[in-house]
Design a binder for this molecule. Sequence first.
Ligand SMILES: NC(=O)c1ccc[n+]([C@@H]2O[C@H](COP(=O)([O-])OP(=O)(O)OC[C@H]3O[C@@H](n4cnc5c(N)ncnc54)[C@H](O)[C@@H]3O)[C@@H](O)[C@H]2O)c1
Length: 255
Amino acid sequence: MRLDGKVAVITGAASGQGAAAARRFAEEGAAVVLLDWSADQGKAVAAELTEAGRRAVFHQLDISDEPAVAETIAAVRAEFGTIDVLFNNAGIGYSSNDTYNMTTVLDTPPSHWRKILEINLDGAANVTRHVLPIMIEGGGGSIINNASINGIVGMPGADAYTASKGGLVALTRVWAVDYGRKGVRVNCICPGSIRTPMMADAIKSAEDEEHFSNNLLGRMGTSEEIANIALFFASDESSYLTGVILPADGGWTAQ
Ligand SMILES: NC(=O)c1ccc[n+]([C@@H]2O[C@H](COP(=O)([O-])OP(=O)(O)OC[C@H]3O[C@@H](n4cnc5c(N)ncnc54)[C@H](O)[C@@H]3O)[C@@H](O)[C@H]2O)c1
């Protein structure tokens, strides 16, 4: 029970890595607050957890809507009293191709560029802005940002996505600097290719499969593997870590 008695807020908890983290954190004793703009899936994950005897609630939220974030986090505080862990995980990526261009700066219309940054970067800042004072008042906490290896190395295309994830890597460091003495640790996971709904549209052939498995372990990662890293950063086992940018990519960036 590594998160016994803790309250954990997870964004993008309806699917993929966020849903896996909600399950993993709840298994380890946390009360989990699942936030997502996808209501049906989010409610289903929360219901699965409550049926298993865990404490879990779902709130529908678009993290790019700042006033809605303020209202939701205030409601969470009213219900749970405090927030100990925040997993800034929600994001849009490759499966959003039909809606938002995931391509070079030359081919990304400014409206798409703005939307990707509004969700992936501003969204994480919006939630953090409202959670941080609660953590500080409670004596500290752990914030985990889910960025991407796109934020630490140059990869072809997906320029707006890359900017958003690079921004999240930079924010991890500055939040660690600003809030370490207030008891808040801030760390960042940079996943490589993880088999989630986000990647589903990007894998259309055996060549795509091979492309995304081209790392030292020869396979894509799983949501559960990322959830285990988030759990480590959330728990006191990582009590001396802050400002860490951790690639979780089967060694892809080591090649
Ligand atoms: N899958 C990968 O290979 C991979 C690699 C690197 C980084 N990531 C990052 O991991 C995170 C989780 O992605 P995933 O792979 O689990 O994908 P996913 O699509 O399964 O999950 C993303 C979740 O975020 C939610 N979401 C998106 N925009 C939102 C918004 N504005 N407000 C609230 N919720 C919103 C979606 O509804 C969804 O439930 C993302 O930030 C993504 O960029 C994924």
